[in-house]
Design a protein around this ligand. Sequence first.
Ligand code: GCB
Length: 585
Amino acid sequence: MLTPRDSRSRDCRRLDGVWRFRFDPGGEGARHGWWRGPLPGAREMAVPASYNDLVTDAAEREHVGDVWYQRDVWVPAAWAGQRIVLRCDAATHHGTIWADEAQVAEHTGGYTPFEAEVTGQARCGEPLRVTVRVGNELTMATIPPGVTSRGASGQPRQRYFHDFYNYAGLHRSVWLYATPRHFVAGVSVSTRFDPGTGSGQVSYQLEVVGDEVSSVRLRDAAGQVVAQGTGVRGVLTVPAARPWSPDSPYLYRLDVAHGPDEYLLPVGIRTIGVDGARLLLNGQPLALRGFGMHEDAALRGRGHDDTRMVRDFALLEWIGANSFRTSHYPYAEEVLDYADRHGLLVIDESPAVGLHLSLGNMGDHGARTFGPGAIGAEAGAAHLAALRELIARDRNHPSVIAWSIANEPDTAEPAAREYFAPLVAAVRELDPGRPVTFANVATAPPGADVVTDLFDLICVNRYYGWYAETGDLATAERDLEAELRAWASRGKPIVVTEFGADALAGLHALPPVMWSEEYQAALIEMSVRVFRRIPEVIGEHVWNFADFSTAQAVHRPGGNHKGVFTRDRQPKAAARLLRSRWRQP
Ligand code: GCB
């Protein structure tokens, strides 16, 4: 499915704004056909946004079940004779769309888009009623998983095994767009850059509707055609290519033409790969510095916001970061486009988080994770579907350097191998060009973990000095180094994808104690010192970029405070420390 982009033949409209909205605790909407007319008893709600922090009632904030969104949109008269599509970038976690009276699309998976052709429903020059039902319930068959129980009031309550608030709603734009009836339905590219000869290759494959001949032209940033081809697949060669890299995120544009349709795709030419314990971009070893992040902010919750995005990228630049992980779900496509343009390297993560039912505060001691009754075949199928959608959506981004297929699954459980082996094989088949990884949890150190040999890149999340060796940085330093050296013996590159400490902004302590800004900075400084002693550690991603919202818990005062920036994106002491380390030549 192609990202909506305007071109000579395409016209895309975002339906952002204020929609009619209603909670549906009793599942009445389906019984009464709320899509058949103006949503009864509606209030108003912003799109895109999570609805949770825009309401004032606790039961509504914690609502488990469906909500309904609706608005009318004028279909431009000029679209007569075109193919018209309704698309939703993210309905978290289940979405059903009606165009006037007709149900046109249904989708599970909260962070990837879905769309439907509505040419039959849309009358050009007339309004179209768009109704979207969004469900937020997580089960043991969804990714991420969760369970629902009933509280004293009889209201459903949701529990999940991941450490971020289960925001819900229309989190990204809904679109109405028009293309010609014969059109480009899909484009995938993979690229190579040969540092020896300076030549670049762009392999492309098209999916088209209509039997016209397809053609492609690759243009440089000045608009000059540097290579061209015909047919639905081929390889374009650029003899003196400008490679894409963080220092020079040079983008070409692939102009795809099929019959009357034209689709314009930004393309960065680069090679990414693992060689021994090095991660190479265009033949050069990478050292990743950055963060695990979240799409999270006050009021909007998980809703995409260009304003927050621009600030986040400005802070990444200020601090000297060159990379981030889309912990713990695929981010908005706008974010990856931005990373392509600005040269950020992205570990792109699937929404498979919380696949560890016995973990710490969120799980049940001794619970088994993989197998019937827990994370079984149904969840595995949902996980595979999420990976397929992630790769189909993001494969063309030069910024994406690796797929992370899960965060902190219980890979010490023997059944994890049977669960993960087919998923890794599927990812490799879908995209042979990128390293595959997952973020390893502290309960599966070397010797206990049963899956790491299946992956290219070792990513580990470690909290020495916080959850382990709490408050004792000297012992933490010894143990962190010992564990990383054990991983290093595997001969693969290691990225520490999480390390850090909570710090309440404004809480100071000399000498440093836990929860103070000084302790957070000291823990990060200690960790970075250890990483520099181990050549196989090629990446450091602090947890987290900014403070973020979580489910209510005794150890989460107003959320998780491991951000080196506050939730409103101002620096704590650790941010200045990192800037002094990362911006040095
Ligand atoms: C982790 C998780 C992350 C949590 C973090 C924490 O290991 O991957 O989602 O937020 O720890 O702060 O506990």
